[in-house]
Design a protein around this ligand. Structure first.
Ligand SMILES: Nc1ncnc2c1ncn2[C@@H]1O[C@H](COP(=O)(O)OP(=O)(O)OP(=O)(O)O)[C@@H](O)[C@H]1O
Length: 481
C-alpha cells in the first residue's frame, strides 16, 4: 500500500523528514496501544534528532484503516502549539510508521500511573487541562471532533509543554453524511465516552469531546477514570441506565469529600451534564474560574516532571509488573517498586466496598485469626480460623447486597474469561487470528461463540441492573434522582 506523508513544520520552516525506515534508528519501546507499538528513535540524517515512531500493524488494524488514513489527513491540516503533529508517515512492510516529535515525559496516563496513582493536585490539573482546552477549542473551531480525549492521549515534553495527540478516531463534522452536524458511529475508548455516543438515536457532536474532557479531569484527579474497575461494556451500561453524578465518583475515595475545590467540582460537573446542549463549549470552559489563576509549564516541570524516570524506563517497569504481578519483575534497583511488591505479596483477601462497587485488598496484621468481610460499613461474614467455621453476621438490606454482588460476579466472570482467552492466546491454543482461508470457518465460529457469550452476559447484567435499580428506588431512605 502506498501511503506516505511528510508534513512537518518547525520554527515556521517546512522540514522534510525522510520516508524510509533505514534513516531511523530505533532505541527503545516506550508504549503500546491496541494495534500499535510506540518507539523512541533517532532520525540519523537530521543530526540524530529524537523522534517517537508509532508503528501500526496494518493487518491487525485492517478494519481501522480508514481511521489511520483519517488520522494522517486530519493531522496534515492542523497547526496549533498544543496539537501533536506528525513529522511524516510511510509504510514499512505490513506496518504504518507515523514519525512524531518525541515528547520526553510521555503521556499523562503513563505519568500518573507511575508516579501519581492517587491523582495530581488541582494546580497541576489546571495547567494540563487549560492547554488541552486550547487544543480542543482550535479543533472544534475547525469543525473537528477528537473523539478520544483521555490522559493517554495528552503528551508532555521535557519543558512541561502539553500536546494533544492520537487522532486515530477523530473526524470532521463537515465530512459527516448527516446535515445536522451530528455523527452516529460509536468511536473512542469506553470509559471516556459520552452517553450519547454509546446510546443516542439522534447522534452526537462536539459536546461529546467535552464529556470526555470532564472524565479526563476526574482521571487526572483520581489516577483513573470513573467506573474503570468495571469491564468497559459494563461501564457503558451504568452510564446509560444510571445518571452519572460527580458525587458518585467523589465517594470512591474514603474521606475525599473535601478534597476538591468548588471551582473544580463545578467545572467537571458542567462537562458531565447528561444533556450535551447544556455542556459548555471549550471556549466557555477556558473562562471558567478553575482556570483563572492557572500556572505555566514551569510549574508542571517542578511539581510533576522533576525526578520522574524516563518514559522508556517507566514503560519497561510497567511491562515487567504486568508480566510478573507477583513481583518477579525488573525491580532490582528501585526500592519503591520493591515496597509495592511486598504489599502485593501480603494481600490476604478482599473486602467488598459497597460505595465504590469494588474489592479492597486486605493486608493481614500479624496475629489475625479472624478474617472479616465488610459490606456498607458492617461486618457480614466473619471467618474464625481456629474453629474452622464461617459465621454470617448481620446482613442489612439483603436483596440490594445480593444484586450488587451479582453484578460483581458477572464482572469477575468476564474478567476470568478474558484471562483464559489471554492464556490461550499466549499458549497458542486455537486463538491465533489468521488470514488463511481454510481456517476462517473455525475463526468465525469461535468469534460467534464469543459474541454469544457476551450477549448472554449483557442480558444477565441488564436483569441484574434492573433489580438493583428497583431495590435502590424502593429503599426507604432513597435520595437518588
Ligand atoms: N510522541 C510521543 N512521545 C513520547 N511518548 C509517546 C508518544 N506517543 C506515544 N507515546 C507513549 O506511548 C504510549 C502509547 O501511545 P499510543 O498512542 O499508541 O496508545 P494509547 O493512546 O495509550 O492507546 P490507544 O491509542 O490504542 O487507545 C503513550 O501512553 C505514551 O506514553
Amino acid at each position: 500500500m502506498a501511503m506516505a506523508t511528510n508534513e512537518s513544520e518547525e520554527a515556521g520552516k517546512r522540514v522534510q523528514y525522510p520516508l524510509d525506515s533505514s534513516s531511523y534508528k530505533i532505541l527503545n519501546e516506550i508504549g503500546e496501544g491496541v494495534s500499535a507499538v510506540v518507539y523512541k528513535a533517532v532520525c540519523i540524517p537530521m543530526n540524530s534528532t529524537a523522534v517517537a515512531i508509532k508503528s501500526i500493524d496494518l493487518d491487525r488494524s485492517r478494519p481501522d484503516l480508514d481511521d489511520v488514513r483519517r488520522e494522517a489527513k486530519t493531522l496534515s491540516l492542523l497547526l496549533h502549539p498544543n496539537i501533536l503533529k506528525a513529522h511524516c508517515s510511510f509504510t514499512v512492510d505490513r506496518r504504518l510508521w507515523v514519525v512524531m516529535p518525541f515528547m520526553a515525559a510521555g503521556s499523562l496516563q503513563s505519568i500518573i500511573s507511575h508516579a501519581f496513582p492517587n491523582g495530581l493536585t488541582e494546580p497541576c490539573i489546571a495547567v494540563v487541562l487549560k492547554d488541552t482546552l486550547h487544543a480542543l477549542s482550535y479543533l472544534h473551531a475547525q469543525g473537528h471532533l477528537h473523539r478520544d480525549i483521555k490522559a493517554g492521549n495528552i503528551l508532555v515534553d521535557s519543558n512541561g509543554q502539553i500536546k494533544l495527540g492520537d487522532f486515530g478516531v477523530s473526524t470532521s463534522i463537515y465530512e459527516s453524511t448527516c446535515t445536522s452536524l451530528m455523527l452516529t458511529d460509536v468511536a473512542g475508548t469506553p470509559y471516556w465516552m459520552a452517553p450519547e455516543v454509546i446510546h443516542s438515536h439522534t447522534g452526537y457532536s462536539l459536546k461529546a469531546d467535552i464529556w470526555s474532557f470532564g472524565i479526563t479531569a476526574l482521571e487526572l484527579a483520581h489516577g483513573r477514570p470513573p467506573l474503570s474497575h468495571l469491564p468497559p461494556s459494563k461501564s457503558m451500561m451504568l452510564k446509560i441506565t444510571k445518571r452519572f453524578r460527580f458525587s458518585d465518583f467523589d465517594k470512591y475515595r474514603k474521606g475525599s469529600g473535601n478534597k476538591f475545590s468548588k471551582a473544580f467540582k463545578d467545572m467537571v460537573a458542567s462537562c458531565l451534564d447528561q444533556d450535551p446542549s447544556r455542556r459548555p463549549t471549550a471556549d466557555k470552559l477556558l473562562k471558567h474560574p478553575f482556570f483563572k489563576n492557572s500556572k505555566g509549564s514551569d510549574f508542571l516541570v517542578k511539581n510533576v516532571l522533576q525526578g520522574l524516570p524516563s518514559v522508556e524506563r517507566r514503560y519497561k517497569e510497567t511491562k515487567a509488573n504486568n508480566l510478573h504481578p507477583d513481583g518477579d519483575g525488573d525491580s532490582d534497583d528501585d526500592p519503591d517498586m520493591d515496597q509495592n511488591v511486598v504489599k502485593q505479596r501480603r494481600i490476604s483477601g478482599w473486602n467488598f466496598n459497597e460505595e465504590g462497587l469494588e474489592l479492597d485488598p486486605v493486608f493481614p496484621n500479624d496475629d489475625t485469626t479472624v478474617k472479616e468481610v465488610r459490606f456498607g460499613g458492617e461486618t457480614v461474614i466473619q471467618e474464625i480460623r481456629d474453629s474452622g467455621s464461617i459465621g454470617v453476621e448481620k446482613v442489612k438490606n439483603k436483596e440490594a447486597m445480593l444484586a450488587t454482588l451479582n453484578v460483581l460476579k458477572v464482572s469477575l466472570e468476564q474478567e476470568l474469561w478474558q484471562v483464559k482467552f489471554l492464556v490461550n492466546t499466549i499458549e497458542g491454543v486455537d486463538t491465533k487470528v489468521t488470514d488463511s482461508q481454510d481456517q476462517m470457518p473455525q475463526e468465525i465460529s469461535r468469534l460467534r461463540a464469543e459474541l454469544e457469550y457476551e450477549r448472554n452476559k449483557n442480558l444477565q447484567l441488564e436483569l441484574q441492573l434492573k433489580t438493583f435499580n428497583y431495590n435502590l428506588s424502593s429503599a426507604p431512605n432513597n435520595t437518588s434522582n
